[in-house]
Design a protein around this ligand. Structure first.
Ligand SMILES: [Zn+2]
Ligand SMILES: [Zn+2]
Ligand SMILES: [Zn+2]
Length: 379
């Protein structure tokens, strides 16, 4: 009689990503789902199945075939106190998350970002580059991007990540570079430092950023023209620097050649994939993930004891192996039903606030330090 009757009944859940490009796929694709008690969830290698209940991701499954019932959903029963027994279906959705490496993703400025150059004044720069990511905390990934931000499609997620990169790129240039005349020879350093900053941002989305490269930073046409037009070179004090810059701009590093060089950088930088997912990554190849064939144990990241690979909690110290949610303000791991952050007191229902530039009123991403529009410092 009511609209809820149109919920899609989920009995056998399985996903094959034909495109190889999807970060996550929702079941059902639209509307609400009802999961039959005892439904089968088949998770392939390099995937994780995430249960999405009342707008929150609350449990995850690694590779294998799983029967969905109360006993197999400890996080749902333990944290959310949802008892689920035969006959009555659970009104929930499932996200299948692709845990493979996504390589050579392109990022770039949609519109040029403002940069206050000490020699040239306010100029607008375009920048492009590549990055590699992998989802390492699937529940956190769904909760932070889908749950909190309301971003649903792979395309929208990729677009948002690019905005984050561009915003941090803008902050970084604003902080460390006085003039683009000093750019030559600094691409490698800039790329590395930018990646280091973004690793933390991406970790809050449950993502490991294993590689990021700036392939080009392009000045606006009028600056380029000035470079080309020798008659206007008198605006420049140091011709030698200018010639070098021109060479650097033209170089536009070949990303493909550099692409693999830093592929392993993110590993071992404190990002810990939960055991139940690390195990299923054995066949991913090339990234240094160690899955010992036939071994059914792994190491708890907290107490360092050997624990079963599919444990959601360490049986010895109780440490939760799956990160469910993090404070948008300070990044502390939070319980799913926490209303306030136990560390900084920030409300968990509050969306991350956009930073409004006090000079030109443009909206910048939360935490931005330099305005993308006017290049002024935001404090
Ligand atoms: Zn432990
Ligand atoms: Zn906090
Ligand atoms: Zn501004």
């Amino acid at each position: 009689m009511n609209t809820f009757d149109s919920a899609i009944f989920l009995e056998n859940i399985e996903w094959f990503d034909e495109t190889g490009q999807e970060l996550a796929h929702r079941f059902p694709e639209e509307g609400s789902g009802e999961i039959k008690w005892g439904a089968q969830l088949t998770v392939r290698e390099s995937q994780a199945g995430v249960l999405f209940y009342k707008g929150k991701a609350c449990d995850a499954f690694g590779a294998g075939r799983h029967t969905l019932k109360t006993g197999n959903l400890p996080l749902l029963t333990k944290i959310l106190s949802v008892p689920w027994r035969g006959n009555s279906p659970l009104r929930a959705e499932v996200y299948m998350v692709n845990m493979k490496y996504f390589t050579n993703l392109k990022w770039g400025t949609m519109s040029p970002v403002a940069f206050r150059d000490s020699e040239l004044g306010l100029i607008r720069l375009r920048a492009h580059g590549v990055f590699n990511i992998q989802i390492v905390q699937p529940v956190l990934f769904i909760n932070s991007l889908v749950g909190t931000m309301g971003i649903f499609t792979t395309e929208a997620i990729a677009t948002y990540l690019k905005e984050v990169i561009v915003s941090r790129f803008n902050d970084y240039l604003g902080e460390v570079l006085d003039t683009i005349l000093n750019l030559p020879g600094r691409f490698d350093e800039l790329s590395l430092q930018l990646q280091k900053r973004l690793i933390g941002d991406f970790a809050h989305f449950g993502l490991q950023l294993s590689h990021l490269y700036i392939t080009s930073i392009t000045p606006p046409d009028e600056v380029q023209k000035a470079i080309d037009d020798k008659s206007r070179l008198n605006i420049i004090h140091d011709i030698d620097k200018f010639v070098k810059m021109k060479a650097a701009m033209a170089m536009e590093k070949a990303a493909e050649n550099q692409g693999e060089a830093g592929a392993g950088i993110g590993l071992g930088m404190g990002m810990m994939m939960p055991a139940m997912f690390a195990h299923s990554m054995g066949g991913a190849g090339g990234a240094g993930q160690q899955a010992v064939p036939g071994s059914e144990t792994t190491i708890c990241s907290d107490c360092q004891n050997s624990i079963p690979v599919d444990a959601r909690f360490c049986p010895l110290c109780g440490h939760q192996q799956v990160i469910l949610s993090q404070c948008a303000n300070c990044g502390k791991n939070l319980a799913l039903n926490a209303k306030f952050c136990s560390k900084c007191g920030h409300s968990t229902t509050e969306q991350p606030q956009l930073t409004i530039c006090p000079h030109c009123k443009t909206k910048n991403l939360p935490g931005a330090m330099f305005c993308n529009q006017c290049g002024q410092r935001i404090d």
